[in-house]
Design a protein around this ligand. Sequence first.
Ligand SMILES: *Cc1c(COP(=O)(O)O)cnc(C)c1O
Length: 361
Amino acid sequence: MAKQWRGVLHEYADRLDVSAATPIISLGEGGTPLIPAPALSARTGAKVFIKYEGMNPTGSFKDRGMTMAISKAVEHGAQAVICASTGNTSASAAAYAAHAGITAAVLVPEGKISMGKLSQAVAHNGQLLQVQGNFDDCLDIARDLAANYPVHLVNSVNNDRIEGQKTAAYEVVEVLEDAPDFHILPVGNAGNYTAYSRGYTEELARGATTKMPRMFGFQASGSAPIVLGHVVKSPETLASAIRIGNPASWELALAAREQTNGYFGAIDDETILAAQRILSAEVGIFVEPASAISVAGLLERAEAGEIPKGAVVVLTVTGHGLKDPQWALRRADGSEVTPTSVPVDVPTIADVLGLVAGGLK
Ligand SMILES: *Cc1c(COP(=O)(O)O)cnc(C)c1O
């Protein structure tokens, strides 16, 4: 068979807790591109790269952790897994459980997850329940069920998830041949912030890098518990993947901020949408709103004079734009974008496009 990327457990077997006894459940996750973003470099004076996690099998970085969590669950004999989710974890858990031939039960906040993600969980035959509460309620219930019934918890409170996710930092280091100066990413439960910090720490320890990046994490203003320093009871933001009021990895994230001279900031929803638009229209990468907070965070920190010229900055964009496309069809004033309708007539269409006959534009 021709050489192809084999998924993170095969590629990094020497650095993960997998052995001959681990049945590797993989959909080929990881190996995502690190894409230079000249438009963002021009806006900030930094050297900006995008780690495009929307290129994973189910369209988000959750697959890196899920391959590990499901493989370990199957190794330990689990027949069923359970998770709480704002959408992407449920899509990923359902897909990997389907591949493994086991059951995935997923608890999502009713009416609060995007259609794309809901359809993925259903397509992969997940046992999807809409809970009449928020994400934090879902996670409490999932933990309770896993403690008292024969189901295996695959939320990021499960360390296997963090272990799988840290491989994204390995990949960044492989491409840059060092750690970046800054790494910016969205923060919900802070599992991914924790995972990257761990990955970079390991890379430094084994001499693959010369430094730790400063880790900058961003939450939406309406659900920014880490920034505010207290639980947010009813978190609100259109960035549904990070609508979390009581992050599961809060303590770990604070330790990682300390260790990396990091930073947590908050960004409002309109600024998130504007950043999503900049990334899709100027860089050519379409992400869901939660992911765009990395771009908004970069622009805000650069504006504040906190990103030196020439600094190497990596932004993780966590999920694909097609998961939650409705926001791209909305203008800043809230009105809907409707494509212009034209008759089947070349001169009319040329006119609408501003084309002049004979001339090369
Ligand atoms: C899960 C998720 C996040 C948040 O990651 P945490 O590890 O919970 O902080 C951000 N963006 C997307 C698209 C996600 O699916």
